[in-house]
Design a protein around this ligand. Sequence first.
Ligand SMILES: *Cc1c(COP(=O)(O)O)cnc(C)c1O
Length: 497
Amino acid sequence: MNFVSTRNAKLTNESVSPACAIKRGIAVNGGLYMPGHIPTLTKEDLEEMRKMTYPQCAAKIISMYLSDYTYEELLEDAENAYNAERFPDGAIGMREVSDGRFFLELWHGPTCAFKDMALQIMPRLLSRALKKTAEDREAVILVATSGDTGKAALEGYCDIPGINIEVFYPAGGVSRVQELQMVTQRGANVNVAAVNGNFDDAQGEVKRIFIDKAFVKEMNEKGYFLTSANSINFGRLVPQIVYYVFSYLRMLDEYDAEIGKEVDICVPTGNFGNILAAYMAKRMGLPFRRFICASNENNILTDFINTGVYDKHREFKLTISPSMDILVSSNLERLLYLIAGDDKVCEWMRDLRSAEGKYTVDAETLEAIKAEFSGYFCSEEDTKATIKRYFEDYGYLIDTHTAVAAYCADKYLAEKNDGVPVIIASTASPFKFAQGVYGALTGNTPEDAVKALDMLSELSGIEIPAPLQAAVNSEVRFSEKIDISDMRDSVRNFLNK
Ligand SMILES: *Cc1c(COP(=O)(O)O)cnc(C)c1O
């Protein structure tokens, strides 16, 4: 299987091996890598997978895309990634909270957010990619984070030989617990900086640095190459397909049902990576009916799904679900590529980069999107009310991001409840956003994020997850705060140390 760019694949004729796509992260022409075709899982495959462990499922699915890795290599990586030390309660949790609403808990890993599902295995895939491509330079991973990716990437890459990682997060744009998790990170190969700007500013600059020829050349001369751990890297996406397949099979067990039973999928969405993985699972053959794209007040995707216009010139809002405070959802480009093809994507992405900052898809594309996607958004007030309602009605504690999804799923079901179950992605431990969650439950938002952990624990009777307790007890190592224009210098200084 070869990988191609989402932009003008035919024109540039860029076709690379899976290992190379993972190593580079982003295509040479600025597009995103996609597999040449989407492999399919037959009914027999799925039948067999019903008996498999999570790592076995992961190795099976990933090996269908990464054809230059062996199944045995991938099984070894998956077993190390999702072991009992890192995921003491198992790789995922599935909880049917009310009739037909299945919460797919993706936060039982070492940083308490769903990003671990990909970022515990991705460094292993990259490590192998360096060997497979006979790379002799060291990798420098640059990550822009809206909160959760940063910590998950630091934890995944920490002390991996031949790889360095620097994380940029928007100053004031992440929760205090998220910040503490990052600035206390251990490891000799890591650096963390707060930047003056929002997530889109930071992500935009990281993307520019990747295609800055002079900087790339300078790094090359020093024996480094740049790559990304953001969800623009296909190595992030492919492990996310796994849990949609795995959770679907668990849901069947719950109903004692046959393969083929339909389900809707609801995902709290920011960069569009998680929901895209669910869509890819459908393209592989899973009977997923409709995708509910749940946004917070930064509801650019809701508007896009409803109108076909993607207009990034709008107010950027800081919300209590900060990992979804995003205006440019990078992975939407991959959906557009699958639906409309690389030529149109190229044109639309050019429009988005232009001064106008917007694009409009054609009627046919919009219709195709609407046939499978519904867009809803949830206000701050509704996010809080949903947390309270789920706790009071079901005794189920959810975080602010999951609440956005729960609200949107409920809204969707109220319009169309025909008995088809919904899998709702639960993307973070409620303790990761303890201030917001406690505030939603009581009306009083604690000022001190660390105290909020104890307060939430007391109120809910649930223990604080060990990794979060460790983060707030550790010493702060990183306190650098820089301007967007200084990000290159920050990388230089880090590597010179
Ligand atoms: C990253 C993140 C999201 C958004 O996921 P995307 O793949 O970027 O759409 C939602 N919730 C939480 C808790 C996250 O960390």
